[in-house]
Design a binder for this molecule. Structure first.
Ligand code: WTA
Length: 635
């Protein structure tokens, strides 16, 4: 197991060590894992001509570090406890031994379908144990998984399959989400009409709903698993071989396939999991994220299972069948560490005090949040009611690209402050710069958050597009990784994340590129142009505000048109990208070079009155008109 920091002085000591000698620091942690062959070099890096390699030449398989490494001590211990959407359905549990058998069997199924080391496998699945089994089976044979959140549209799924040139897709007939049944196989069928690289679609039977069956492509999971050989030797990989691709939104263009490699990601997720949450053997850890996002990858599956933890996986949502569902799950499974998002907390606050008034959750020791800034009200509610004033909150800042938690308190070790992610974890060297790239030293400064030294969990590239990786993170400030976030460091040296500085918006903790949403809106036949910005939203953190220029608006049909634009976005991307507000405008404020001045549009959507300098606009008169329209729209 990785070493655990247990005191504040221990943290300070480890942090110093990690900065003075980063390679020695991480090599010591890497030593605690199982390698077939030790690495040739700990670290090779360059942030000017970006390239990062950790433990190159080291040979391993991450699933051997989850299974073979843990079995001796805890083969009969639970690995995954699965809690279904409907609390009346039976829970499913897997010990490490049982999970290992399933993973190996499915690894053999993948091999039977021609999947080999380096091949890509797309997973479009509900939150059921088969999702974890499938991802680990990929890792077992060195295939690269690309998990697509099961709320994405057929078009979005197809784009991701095509970009990764996936060979096999894994899905389910359907999934449950509160009262709804999601028809996942239908979405996959539609996507596959555009995906010539897919030769097999393996389908888990979850809902038993009717599905269209495509002979020669579709295979039932249970048929394939039936009688399958229970042993699958691990493919031995290089530390720098890819583990997975996960698509995420950037400020421009299509979603990018963030690429993580085996060795560094393994070490980083295990280390951050054990330390931030102060996990001890036998604890029950519940991360309420979806595995379709990075949080689920790192803190439902890889981090916890590497550390031999008991990980709760939940299929449903916090308000089904009622707003006490999380607390019921925590009580039922005696959860010790609970990790969720500020949006979930705010949505539960909105459900009323009665759900937490007398909630008594004695098993809880640590609370965590992730994905977006947490406002003080939500922080206090979480701390006082859920945590009974005694559980520390770890507000964990990180990104799909960072692989694991970067800035966070260590539970019970680093004192917390509401709305502050607090201090960098060992090995993380943040740097704040102003817009010209000047270093802002000392305390009490505010600027753009960069990282100046590599850490093992960082993304290595974008799938098939290293140039875009370089442009996305390393082009803004020479020699630094730019996170895209604004940050403030206070008098105590604590970091407070202020949110994205680029054209990415964070809706309920989901990352969306404004360009993607605009492209979807512009597909509407009556739309000629649009500009999308985020605006403050009481529950979702940010809402989506779209300014839309139409070629014509049919008489008395404004609302209908708005609806059809919204439906279009849901279909092209996902319901999570659906605009909250649409304002029809006659034009967009533009600079002489034709660039849309989003700064002004953001201010209008946020109801701010300070628009800054508008004299450089070619059409300053449009601003007044847009403001008026906004007043009418939202009073
Ligand atoms: C935001 C999610 C404030 C941030 C793990 C980041 C946060 C983006 C926090 C990454 C936090 C994440 N406080 N903001 N604790 N955690 N963010 O890739 O803007 O889905 O850049 O990764 O979420 O989102 P992603």
């Amino acid at each position: 197991m990785v070493p655990k920091i247990t005191t504040l002085s221990g943290y300070l000591h480890e942090y110093q060590k990690s900065v003075a000698n980063p390679t020695g620091f991480w090599a010591n942690i890497a030593e605690t894992f199982y390698w077939h062959k030790k690495w040739d070099k700990i670290l090779e890096w360059d942030f000017h001509n970006p390239k990062v390699e950790w433990f190159k030449g080291g040979k391993l398989n991450i699933t051997e570090n989850i299974f073979e490494r843990n079995l001796f001590l805890r083969g009969e211990q639970k690995a995954i406890i699965w809690e279904p959407n409907d609390p009346n359905e039976a829970i499913r549990e897997f010990t490490y031994n049982e999970l290992f058998v399933e993973v190996q069997k499915f690894a053999n199924v993948l091999k039977k379908h021609g999947v080999r080391k380096g091949d890509r496998v797309a997973l479009y699945m509900p939150m059921i144990p088969e999702l974890s089994i499938a991802m680990l089976a990929c890792a077992r044979i060195g295939a690269i998984h690309s998990i697509v959140f099961a709320g994405f549209s057929a078009k979005a799924l197809a784009e991701r399959i095509i970009d990764a040139e996936a060979k096999v897709v894994i899905t389910a007939d359907g999934g449950y989400r509160a009262h709804k049944v999601l028809r996942l196989k239908d979405v996959v069928d539609e996507a596959l009409t555009q995906c010539p690289t897919i030769s097999s679609n393996i389908v888990v039977k979850r809902t038993g709903g009717e599905v269209v069956w495509n002979e020669g492509v579709d295979y039932w999971w249970h048929d394939e698993m039936e009688g399958m050989e229970e042993v699958a030797p691990a493919e031995i990989l290089d530390a720098e071989d890819p583990l997975f691709i996960l698509y995420t939104s950037g400020s421009t263009g299509r979603p990018k396939g963030v690429l993580h490699t085996v060795g560094g990601y393994m070490i980083y997720t295990a280390y951050t999991f054990r330390n931030v949450f102060q996990y001890s053997s036998g604890d029950v850890f519940f991360c309420a994220a979806d595995i379709g996002w990075i949080t689920g990858h790192s803190y439902i599956v890889y981090g916890p299972l590497l550390e031999g933890a008991i990980s709760v996986m939940f299929e449903g949502i916090p308000t089904y069948p009622d707003a006490g569902r999380y607390w019921d799950i925590i009580r039922k499974h005696e959860v010790n560490q609970f990790y969720t998002s500020p949006t979930a907390i705010r949505s539960l606050i909105a459900e009323g005090q009665e759900w937490v008034q007398d909630v008594n959750l004695p098993s809880l020791r640590v609370l965590g949040t992730v994905g977006e800034p947490i406002n003080e009200e939500a922080w206090h509610w979480y701390h006082d009611h859920v945590g009974d004033n005694r559980c520390p909150i770890v507000d964990t800042w990180w990104q799909t690209e960072t692989g694991g938690i970067m800035i966070s308190a260590i539970a019970g070790v680093i004192p917390t402050k509401p709305a502050f992610a607090s201090l960098p974890l060992p090995g993380i060297q943040p740097l704040i710069v102003d817009s010209e790239g000047n270093k802002l030293c000392g305390k009490g400064v505010q600027g753009n958050l960069c990282i100046k030294f590599p850490w093992p969990g960082m993304a290595r590239s974008h799938w098939g597009d290293h140039k875009r990786y370089v442009e996305s993170y390393f082009s803004q400030y020479k020699g630094l990784y730019f996170t895209g976030d604004g940050v403030k460091r206070d008098e105590d040296g604590y970091y407070r994340i202020l949110g994205r500085m680029d054209d990415v918006i964070n809706v309920s903790g989901h990352r969306l590129g404004t360009a993607e949403i605009e492209n979807a809106i512009n597909e509407h036949p009556l739309v000629s142009e649009s500009a999308v910005v985020g605006f403050p939203h009481a529950i979702k953190g940010q809402g989506i505000y779209a300014y839309v220029v139409c070629t014509s608006i049919p008489k008395n049909a404004e609302e209908e048109l708005k609806n059809s634009i919204k439906i279009g976005v849901s279909k092209m991307i996902s319901p999570i990208a659906r605009p909250d507000q649409i304002q029809f405008v006659n034009g967009l404020p533009k600079t002489r070079s034709g660039k849309i001045m989003r700064r002004i549009l953001k201010k209008i959507a946020a109801k701010s009155t300070d628009y800054g300098d508008i004299s450089t606009l070619t059409n300053p008169e449009i601003v007044e008109e847009i403001i008026e329209g906004n007043h009418k729209l939202i009073k």
